[in-house]
Design a protein around this ligand. Structure first.
Ligand code: HEM
Length: 524
């Protein structure tokens, strides 16, 4: 017994000494790394920290006040500053076009999407074009680009018209019941999901009229991603998160979404193979093509070596298309309608432009002549500047990056390109908080600084869906103005028409964005 006690205490001694050494080494490494970054980033201004160790941890919130804090940083530091999240993460925040440009235009081969932001999306989106890096990304981007060609997008215009009509019919019914004060995000998000499902999978979910399991799961996943990022720092670690109630809900929603995409892709591949066989066996000319959807194009695409995407890769891209396309476009539509509701003269001018465009047509359809809506496009762009759906993008680089003033961002540092900060920078935009569509008058284009307007980011990793989004935005905004007069609504949560911005995955509004709708008697 004496021997076994001695043995046990030796084991405990060795174990605790070992553990202590590991923790001490880990802490020493962390602190040395922190001191190294603090030194290397001393060429950037450093806003007041909580302490040497905590840095700016907890100083930035995803609220109206958080955005105002960014305004203060931009006002004070003009182009950039460094930001420390405890001793763990070292960031450089950039909010001037001259600083943003070299980072966004850097070759994708030295760009890495950092773990801090993108890690939580991995279970949902896999190794898709949004998340992957290096050669894997470059191959995917080449394979996907044809799916966003304008000729393909043209065929989606009818879908945008019909999804918008469904939403407007619903609004007319609600107004007839006396509900004229409506929250925009709920309605518009369902509409963008409806149209994306039709464009991606030729799937008519009917989600604007009745609930759809798949659509509810997508909304649930988006909410849970925000909750995971904002509510509890411990949820950052997978081995904790997957054991929580939220982690369980995430898994369930993920199952629904993945099952749906897998079924669509498998069925479509089988159908395509059958079609090929039938056409090869018979001498009949290939049957007339239906409108090509996103999945069709992905199934047919091949790289230089004749290799297509595997089913798993296609599912990842289809999931990304749904994720990256629905919230962003919904946010852009809602804020454009909000800005036009607040500026009646601009709203009237857009409406007149749309009425001139459709004059003499049988129905209220917007067709390919979208370029004939120049003023409406200016209003949409100014809204994308003032209320950019995506607030920031982050990157890290595999080599040191030199910025103006010979400031060097060391390899591995996270660079946060503040789209919000750049769009509200008073050294770039006069009266940046004012809604003024004239800024985007083509005659002013020359005076616009390159990289001052970056709602879709820029450079090799810019938004692949930007043309798609701009087409949908123009169709939906134009049709909405044709059918309704908009004025600011009352937010029941705040008891007034005041709006408090809410920067989440995309820019939203606390308690929703409320508008008053008055149906117009335009010919149908
Ligand atoms: C107004 C609407 C939209 C806005 C403001 C927007 C904004 C952005 C931004 C800022 C990025 C860069 C993200 C980063 O670097 O981390 C991005 C990337 C991307 N967006 Fe969009 N987006 C919109 C609509 C869409 C749509 C409709 C789709 C697809 C249907 C889409 C698909 C993508 C994809 C796949 C990427 C990743 C591109 C790559 O890394 O190569 N987006 N978007």
């Amino acid at each position: 017994l004496v021997l076994s006690w001695t043995g046990l205490s030796s084991v405990l001694y060795i174990f605790s000494t070992g553990l202590f050494t590991v923790v001490a080494l880990w802490t020493a490494r962390l602190l040395l790394r922190h001191a190294w970054y603090t030194h290397k980033l001393s060429c950037f201004s450093k806003p007041q920290t909580r302490s040497w160790l905590l840095g700016h941890l907890g100083k930035m919130q995803s609220t109206e006040e958080g955005l105002q804090r960014v305004d203060d940083l931009v006002q004070t530091y003009k182009h950039s500053c460094c930001w420390f999240l405890g001793p763990f993460y070292h960031l450089v925040r950039l909010f001037h076009p001259d600083y943003v440009k070299p980072l966004l235009m850097a070759p994708a081969s030295i760009t890495v999407k950092d773990e801090l932001i993108y890690h939580n999306l991995q279970p949902w989106l896999g190794n898709s074009v949004l998340i992957s890096n290096g050669e894997v990304w470059s191959r995917k981007r080449r394979l996907l680009t044809p799916a966003f060609h304008f000729d393909i997008l043209k065929s989606y215009i009818a879908v945008f018209n019909s999804s918008a009509k469904t939403m407007h019919d619903k609004w007319c019914r609600l107004v007839a019941e006396g509900k004229t004060n409506l929250e925009m995000f709920d309605h518009v998000t369902l509409m963008t999901l409806d149209s994306l499902l039709k464009c991606a999978f030729s799937y008519d979910s009917n989600c604007q009229q009745s609930s759809s399991e798949y659509v509810s799961a997508i909304v649930e996943l988006s909410d849970l991603i925000i909750e995971r990022r904002e509510k509890n720092i411990l949820h950052h670690w997978d081995w904790i998160y997957w054991k929580t109630r939220q982690g369980e809900r995430f898994k369930q929603a993920l199952n629904t979404v993945h099952r749906f995409t897998r079924d669509v892709v498998e069925k479509r591949r089988t159908l395509l193979n059958q079609q090929r066989e039938t056409e090869a066996q018979s001498e009949i000319a290939p049957t007339a093509q239906k409108r090509k959807d996103f999945v069709d194009i992905l199934l047919l695409t091949k790289d230089e070596d004749g290799q297509g995407l595997t089913d798993e890769e296609m599912q990842a891209e289809a999931n990304t298309f749904m994720f990256a396309g629905h919230d962003t476009t919904a946010s852009a539509i809602c804020w454009t309608l909000y800005n036009l509701a607040r500026h009646e003269h601009y709203q009237e001018k857009c409406r007149q432009e749309v009425m001139d465009l459709i004059e003499g047509r049988d129905g209220q359809e917007i067709q390919e002549d979208l370029s004939n809506l120049p003023f409406t496009t200016m209003c949409i762009k100014e809204s994308l500047r003032l209320h950019s759906p995506v607030q920031a993008v982050t990157r890290s680089y595999t080599q040191d990056m030199v910025l103006p003033g010979n400031r060097t961002v060391p390899a591995g540092t996270i660079c946060l390109v503040s789209i919000y900060g750049t769009h509200h920078n008073p050294t770039v935009w006069t009266n940046p908080h004012e809604y003024d569509p004239q800024r985007f008058d083509p005659s002013n284009k020359k005076s616009q600084t390159s990289h001052a307007f970056i709602p879709f980011s820029s450079g090799p990793r810019n938004c692949i869906g930007q043309k798609f989004a701009m087409v949908e935005l123009r169709v939906v905004v134009a049709l909405t103005l044709l059918r309704f007069r908009l004025t600011p609504g009352v937010n029941p949560e705040l008891g007034s028409s005041r709006v408090r911005r809410l920067p989440q995955l995309v820019l939203r509004a606390e308690g929703g964005l409320w508008l008053q709708l008055e149906p117009l008697n335009t010919p149908t």
